[in-house]
Design a protein around this ligand. Sequence first.
Ligand SMILES: *Cc1c(COP(=O)(O)O)cnc(C)c1O
Length: 356
Amino acid sequence: MAVVKADAYGHGAVPVSKFLASCGVEWFGVATLEEAAALRDAGLKRNILVLGTFFPAQARAAVEINARITASSVPHLEALNRAGTPQKPVKVHLKFDTGMNRMGFSCEESEKLARRWAERRWKNLRLEGIFTHLSSAEQIEAPSNRAQEDLFLRVLTTFEDAGVEVPLRHVANSAGASFHSTLRWDMVRAGIALYGYEFRSRGIKPMGTAPALSLKTRVLHLKRVPRNSPLGYNGTYRMRRPGVIATLPIGYADGVNRRLSFANVKPYSRQNARPEPMCVLIRGRRAPLVGRVSMDLILADVTEIPDVHVGDEVVLLGRSGSQVMTAEDWASYLGTISYEILCALSPRVYRVYVQH
Ligand SMILES: *Cc1c(COP(=O)(O)O)cnc(C)c1O
């Protein structure tokens, strides 16, 4: 399953899904009913599973989308059953909570549920899958992985013992699939790995992915500034020497996190104390991002880079010459994960799709 929720982690759910469907991917995972509806509206014919949940009051809408629906409580099942018909049963995947305590049936419920399926309690539903989600798949040694696997096995056994067939059993996200081969079951739900980011662990051969996405802009304006010039909002950065500043037409409204700002003037420099600024790449060189990231503009110090011109390509994520910047670099600077960096790229960023 290709997980294309959150606009395919910022990459654009419709073009990404269409491309993956053309590569033979048969299953698509989204978080919400609206995301599923958008893929259907765009003409995607493959199987879609809504991984996130919905309010029982949305059951009828859920059924109309013609997607597989995750049910994580009896009220969800009842509502879906009311929305389905015996001729057109709703295909459901039951989510079991094996350790995250977010969503899902508790494993204690599995016996009762299995019995009800065996008794054909919900005539308008068809059980297509059972799944769970790992809390710590990327931490290869975490004891929770084993504990969750054991609970999942127990759930499956109750269904088996009740004589209920479960066509699709699935557990693993990207890290689960690469680190825990016993958890691949009938399907893996790959998200971040599709976009070229993967977790690494000693002793495990990396998949060898490369980031699919680059984020680029161009130099909008160049300005020579004397020593001591304040840059941007609140003058949080002052030039320590005369230099050249490039203004770039991208900002936090595009997904360039405002905490990538860099200050060297008190008290701002203490507020977001970082030893080094983040850099953007211009002409294969690194240019420090200085001052505040504003909504639509950022500033890069290009004093050290010869021959910068208005219109030059600037790489925020991706490669320039031998220099590389990744969402993981941003994530470690910001104390978050690559997922959040990618998802934050806003609709204002114009997407261009290049097939290599
Ligand atoms: C988002 C999500 C995934 C994908 O996770 P990655 O770590 O991006 O591979 C898999 N399963 C579920 C239930 C999810 O919500």
